[in-house]
Design a protein around this ligand. Structure first.
Ligand SMILES: [Mn+2]
Length: 307
């Protein structure tokens, strides 16, 4: 009896498929990926250090094909630099190795993807992609991350530290800020610095992706390079239970994915990070699958980038 499948040379998809994970390579590419397992000085007890490898493993569960956009990522490759040896370092001591790694990656690729780790990875990575007066910073985050730095660097003050480093507030946009999750002092600091502030309610009234596009274009007008910090705690906690800072009433995961694809398609975006995913509190791989899908969306957006 003839075999049910017509082409005997084609691999059967019965037990495996071509996954996003298979796109990772150690050779130089236009896309680069680095694990930044920064975990010390977190405001909550956590295992952020496990996130980069957990996300890589979850990529095996994602096909390279997006049936909705009919995008096939089979030909895309991402250089994986592995994990930087910073899991035992404080944010202060992790600054140099992380900034250096991002700077090196920036010189040889068009988009660098930093997998945190906690939000403390953002400051060194921003320094790595350019001089602070040339960089635009967009944060998708429930929080300002403008806590005081007098007690040292942690995952609650990377934006405050960047302001103190000399980054102009007008080059910073923060989208997704949640009520009862931030202080009056942080809000006042943001407004005083000239940071663009978009609350969760504005995201729902005006459209999350629409706000993201508007701020990307605004930053592109005054900055030569754009960095986007994706704090996964901007997602609704019911969908993202493994982000310690996530609150009920946050952004739906599907809007987070749309934003990621749109952002990665923008030619001035040269570095993105994903932070605050804690595999130690994950439920049924929910967070792992959201983080992996985020990465797939970044790749899909990059694949349609002009130039
Ligand atoms: Mn944050």
């Amino acid at each position: 009896m003839a075999a049910a499948h017509s082409n005997a040379t084609e691999m059967s998809e019965n037990r495996s498929w071509h996954s996003i994970h298979a796109l990772l390579t150690d050779k130089p590419q236009r896309l680069a990926l680095a694990g930044a397992p920064l975990v010390k000085e977190s405001l909550t007890t956590c295992r952020y250090d496990l996130a980069p490898d957990t996300i890589r493993a979850a990529l095996k569960r994602l096909s390279v094909y997006d049936l909705e956009a009919q995008i096939d990522l089979s030909d895309l490759r991402i250089q994986d630099f592995g994990n930087l040896p910073i899991s035992d370092l404080t944010p202060a001591n992790a600054f140099e190795p992380l900034a250096t790694a991002v700077s090196k990656s920036r010189r040889q690729s068009d988009l660098t993807i930093v997998l945190g780790g906690h939000n403390g990875v953002t400051r060194p990575s921003v320094h790595g992609i350019g001089s602070l007066d040339s960089v635009g910073l967009l944060t998708l985050d429930a929080h300002f991350d403008l806590r005081d730095t007098d007690g040292g660097l942690n995952n609650g003050n990377p934006i405050q530290a960047l302001l103190e480093d000399g980054m102009p507030g007008a080059h910073i946009s923060q989208i997704g800020l949640a009520p009862f999750a931030n202080t009056r002092k942080a809000h006042a600091k943001a407004l005083q610095a000239g940071i663009c502030v978009k609350t969760l309610s504005e995201c729902f009234e005006l459209g999350f992706v629409r706000l993201v596009v508007g701020e990307l274009n605004r930053l592109a007008d005054s900055c030569s390079t754009i960095y986007v910090d994706f704090d996964i705690d901007v997602i609704d906690r019911a969908q993202m239970p493994s982000a310690p800072g996530a609150r009920v009433g946050g952004i739906p995961a599907r809007d987070f994915f749309s934003a990621a694809r749109t952002i990665a398609a923008h030619p001035k975006v040269h570095c993105v990070d994903l932070v605050e995913f804690d595999p130690g509190m994950d439920v049924h791989s929910t967070g792992a699958l959201i983080a992996a899908r985020w990465l797939a969306e970044i790749l899909a957006g990059f694949s349609v980038r002009k130039i």
